[in-house]
Ligand binder design. Structure first.
Ligand SMILES: [Zn+2]
Ligand SMILES: [Zn+2]
Length: 375
C-alpha cells in the first residue's frame, strides 16, 4: 500500500529543533556558557508548557474532568500554543478518538500497536489523518467554548509569539538573547514535545496493567515523574473522566494537585472522580485474572483456584456492603435531623465493616502474593 504524503513542515520542525537541542545548546554552553537564570527560565517555561497540556488540553478539554475558570482556560490556551502541539480543539479531537478506538491501527491516530516510532512521532510525519483534518464532530462542547475557538483561529500567531517572544523577552531582561533562545526556546520545546509523546508511545509499552489488559495502556511511576502525573495511563484509560491519574496520595501527580488547589480558590469546579468501589473492583478483577492464570502451572491448582474464587467472592461482596454503609454514614453524619444514637449506630456499623474489609484486603493480597511466589 502506498504511504501517505510526508508532512515536511513537521519533519523540518522536529529535525531542526532536535539538532539545535543536541548540538547547538551544548556548543553554545562550551563556547559562551550558561548561568543559573538560563536554567530557571527553561524549567519554568517547561513547566508552563507541560501543565498546560496535562491540566488543560488533556484533563480539562479532552476529558471534561473539571471545569476551568475563563482565566485558567486562557492561561492553558496560551501555554498549549507555547508547547507547539496544535490547537486545543485539534489535540482533543485526536485524543478522544485515541480513547475511543485505542489500539485500532486504522482508527486510533497514534495506535501503539503500530510500534514505538509511529505512536511517538511517526504519526505526525505523514498525512495519515488527512481524511479528518477539519472534522470536529467529536468535540461539540469545545466548539462552543469561545476561548478554544479564539486559540484555534489564531493558533499560528500565538505559537509564534510565545515561542519566539517569551524566550526573547527573558533574554533581553537577562542580557543573553541567544543563550535564552537556545535553552528556554529550543531545548525547552524539544523536552516538552518528547515528554508528551512518551505518553502515546512508552506509556502504552512499558509498565504495569493493574486495572485492565483490554488495551495496551500501562501505569508507570517513572513516566509519571516526567509527565506531571500522566504516567498512570492504565488507570486513565479505564477511568478517563477522573481528574486524577495517580489516585494514591503517594502517586506523583502534580496535575491532580494543581487542579485540586485551583478548586479551593474558585478557579476550577465540578471535579469528577470515579467511585472508589468501581476502581477497587476493577483492580480485584484484574488480580483475580492474573492469579488464576498463574496458578495453572502449580501442582495444587484446583485447591488454590477454589480458594482464590472464595476469597474473591468474599472480598467483592464485602466491598459492596462497605461502600453502601459508607455512603449512608456520610449522609447521616451531615443530617441534623438524624438523632445522635442513630448516627452512632451507623458509625459503629461503618467502623466494623471497615475493619472487616481491611482484613479481607490483607487476605486477598497475601493469597495473590503466595501464588506469585509459588508460580
Ligand atoms: Zn493512551
Ligand atoms: Zn486521555
Amino acid at each position: 500500500m502506498k504511504k501517505p504524503k510526508l508532512i515536511w513542515t513537521n519533519i523540518l520542525l522536529f529535525s531542526i529543533t532536535s539538532l539545535v537541542a543536541v548540538i547547538g545548546v551544548p556548543l553554545y554552553g562550551y563556547l559562551v556558557g550558561y548561568d543559573k537564570y538560563h536554567w530557571i527560565a527553561t524549567i519554568l517555561c517547561l513547566g508552563y508548557c507541560g501543565i498546560s497540556i496535562t491540566a488543560g488540553y488533556h484533563r480539562m478539554w479532552s476529558h471534561k474532568a473539571y471545569e476551568g475558570h475563563a482565566i485558567v482556560r486562557v492561561i492553558w490556551a496560551i501555554g498549549g500554543a507555547f508547547a507547539l502541539q496544535n490547537s486545543a480543539l485539534h489535540w482533543a479531537s485526536d485524543h478522544r478518538i485515541h480513547h475511543r478506538h485505542v489500539d485500532d491501527n486504522d482508527k486510533d491516530p497514534y495506535s501503539a500497536k503500530r510500534g514505538f516510532w509511529f505512536s511517538h512521532i511517526g504519526w505526525m510525519l505523514r498525512e495519515y489523518q488527512a481524511h479528518r483534518y477539519d472534522n470536529y464532530d467529536n468535540v461539540p462542547d469545545m466548539l462552543r467554548d469561545p476561548i478554544v475557538m479564539w486559540q484555534h483561529r489564531h493558533y499560528l500567531t500565538l505559537a509564534l509569539i510565545t515561542n519566539l517572544g517569551i524566550p526573547l523577552l527573558i533574554g533581553i531582561i537577562h542580557g543573553d538573547v541567544i543563550g535564552m533562545l537556545l535553552t528556554a526556546g529550543v531545548l525547552r520545546l524539544v523536552i516538552s514535545h518528547h515528554a508528551t509523546f512518551f505518553i502515546n508511545s512508552l506509556a502504552h509499552i512499558w509498565g504495569n496493567q493493574p486495572y485492565t489488559d483490554q488495551n495496551t495502556a500501562r501505569d508507570n511511576g517513572f513516566l509519571a515523574f516526567l509527565t506531571y502525573g500522566e504516567g498512570y495511563h492504565n488507570f486513565h484509560h479505564l477511568f478517563q473522566f477522573d481528574y486524577r491519574n495517580g489516585i494514591r496520595w503517594w502517586h506523583f501527580d502534580p496535575t491532580k494537585w494543581l487542579i485540586k488547589s485551583m478548586s479551593w480558590v474558585g478557579l476550577a469546579k465540578n471535579l469528577r472522580r470515579c467511585d472508589d468501589i468501581r476502581i477497587e473492583k476493577a483492580k480485584a478483577a484484574r488480580l483475580f485474572e492474573i492469579s488464576s492464570k498463574k496458578l495453572t502451572q502449580l501442582p495444587d491448582k484446583e485447591e488454590l483456584l477454589q480458594r482464590l474464587k472464595d476469597e474473591y467472592e468474599n472480598y467483592t461482596a464485602h466491598l459492596s456492603e462497605f461502600y453502601t454503609v459508607k455512603k449512608q454514614w456520610l449522609e447521616v453524619k451531615k443530617d441534623e435531623l438524624v438523632k445522635n444514637y442513630e448516627k452512632t449506630k451507623v458509625m459503629q456499623q461503618y467502623m466494623e465493616l471497615k475493619r472487616r474489609l481491611q482484613e479481607e484486603r490483607e487476605n486477598w493480597r497475601l493469597l495473590h502474593q503466595q501464588i506469585q511466589v509459588a508460580a
